[in-house]
Design a protein around this ligand. Structure first.
Ligand SMILES: *Cc1c(COP(=O)(O)O)cnc(C)c1O
Length: 496
């Protein structure tokens, strides 16, 4: 990660806490429907099951030697929980669309770029949204077929576009220049029988409905000046989009992603409503149903403050249907691109407490999980607070009075804190600290500060009381790999 990223993270950090609280409230006020309390929507009931599975997994990880003095850091993924979220997503949209409506749920690969996770989701009926050659390679390695893959990226090269077209992957163009590149590629395509579409790919155009931002500036995609898509409210832009579609009969999709964490549901729904209204306008002027699919993006926020699934997919799908009924009457196919909401609650990173000390009256547990696995939390702690759970040396939940303490990471800078002033049973040497809800955008997004190794990731399933089975998803990075990836084969490069 370069300084640009660091700057962005620091900008994020300067976001006012007041803003974050406002939006949290906005999200909270939107909650509370009876459907969110357990039951088929997967509310608190699912949360309790999840917490029980997590506790069993931490204990089993210690018992089975995945964690210990010589292995002080591990990341765990709850396979049952991932399957449940995938099923909830499918059920939520099936409940608001007529039977037979084409709906592709494409997981935003950037949220958890791990091949076995993509393959698990594929078996659960979830495709892949990719935004780089690397993410496309991961989706292909996982066996996600082209017709279940969507390519979105603000900076696609001609080579990437050519590959997507030859594979038949759906492409959402970001801007007029990209559309011109696609025009050229389609014109170049080998002669084809008249009447056939120029490529197996479906083509869409990303629009920015400019409905406004949320609590986290760095994650708000639909602001007036966002870098994504065609800014729909800019002068002349809407007419340009309509003409661009009328001139290109193969442009059949509109895409709007009003994300992400920190956006209240009604604002997300407003973004979808704008895309729908534009689709209707284009179709009216085309005199046919040219736009046949609306890609509504992802962005469902996650509750990082408890084990509850809130908001649920069911609630969001119902709100969308209330706000934009015409999009759900069977005339349009749908694509969704959820990332964080599918995986966040199912990941836990567990770190051994190497030392327990005290500074200025504050207890500090020095652990092996810090900026390398929780980069956003460390650089932008007010936007990305994490819940920490305390376990003893056997991996059992720690008992005892809550003590306000810091949970620090292993990196050599003062801000490397997983949690500041969190009240927990006092962590002692040899205990374990677990950072919860880290299945998306955390431990899978390694930051190589201090050459700290990527931790192993294990999936787990509980097959009976106390019986937990682990499956290796990604091995820990070895020291040899760190040296090789740091120019080890070119040691003399600068002196010869
Ligand atoms: C990041 C991203 C998503 C996923 O967002 P989440 O908040 O993880 O659901 C979906 N679509 C696009 C275009 C994105 O950039």
């Amino acid at each position: 990660m370069g300084t640009g990223m660091e700057k962005a993270e620091h900008a994020e950090e300067t976001e006012k806490t007041a803003h974050a609280e406002e939006a949290r409230e906005a999200v909270a006020h939107d909650e509370g429907g009876p459907g969110d309390e357990g039951g088929p929507d997967g509310g608190t009931g699912a949360g309790a099951g999840r917490a029980a599975r997590r506790e069993a997994a931490v204990r089993a990880a210690v018992e089975q030697g995945l964690l210990g003095p010589g292995r002080p850091l591990v990341a765990l993924l709850d396979v049952t929980g991932i399957r449940e979220s995938a099923a909830e997503l499918r059920a939520a949209f099936a409940a608001v669309t007529p039977p037979g409506t084409p709906v592709l749920h494409a997981f935003a690969v950037k949220a958890t770029p791990l091949v076995p996770v993509l393959r698990l989701l594929h078996t659960e009926g979830i495709g892949a949204e990719v935004a780089s050659p690397g993410e496309l390679a991961l989706a292909r390695a996982a066996g996600v077929p082209p017709e279940r893959t969507v390519l979105d990226s603000p900076a696609k090269t001609p080579a990437e576009l050519r590959e997507a077209l030859s594979l038949g992957i759906a492409v959402n163009a970001d801007n007029p220049q990209e559309l011109a590149r696609i025009d050229a590629l389609l014109a170049d395509a080998p002669a084809r029988p008249a009447g056939l579409t120029p490529s197996r790919s479906s083509f869409g155009l990303r629009v920015n409905p400019q409905v406004g931002g949320g609590a986290i500036e760095a994650l708000s995609t639909a602001t007036a000046t966002s870098k994504f898509g065609v800014a729909l409210r800019d002068e002349g832009a809407r007419e340009w989009v309509v003409r661009a579609c009328l001139d290109r009969p193969w442009l059949t999709r509109l895409h709007a992603h009003t994300g992400s964490q920190g956006i209240a549901l009604p604002l997300m729904a407003r973004g979808v409503a704008e895309a729908y209204a534009l689709a209707e306008e284009i179709n009216r002027r085309a005199g046919r149903r040219q736009i046949d699919t609306v890609d509504i993006g992802g962005g469902l926020p996650v509750d990082f403050a408890s084990d509850a699934t809130s908001p649920t997919y069911a609630r969001y799908a119902r709100l969308l249907k209330e706000t934009v009924p015409g999009l759900f009457d069977g005339r349009y196919g749908l694509v969704t691109e959820f990332g964080r909401s599918l995986l966040a609650k199912h990941g836990t990173v567990v770190a051994r407490v190497e030392y327990a000390k005290s500074a200025g009256g504050r207890p500090v547990a020095v652990t092996h999980a810090g900026v390398q696995v929780a980069t956003r939390t460390v650089y932008a702690p007010t936007a990305w607070p994490l819940r920490i759970a305390a376990y003893d040396a056997e991996g059992s939940p720690k008992e005892g009075p809550a003590v306000v303490q810091d949970v620090a990471g292993p990196a050599c800078f003062a801000g490397d804190l997983l949690a500041r002033g969190q009240a927990l049973p006092l962590l002692e040497q040899g205990d374990y600290a677990a950072a919860l809800d880290t299945g998306a955008y955390f431990f899978a997004h390694h930051y190589a500060y201090n050459s700290l190794p990527r931790p192993a990731v294990h999936g787990f399933t509980a097959d009976g009381p106390g019986r937990v089975t682990f499956a290796l998803v990604r091995p820990a990075q070895s020291l040899e790999e760190i040296v090789a990836e740091s120019g080890g084969a070119h040691a003399d490069a600068l002196i010869s």
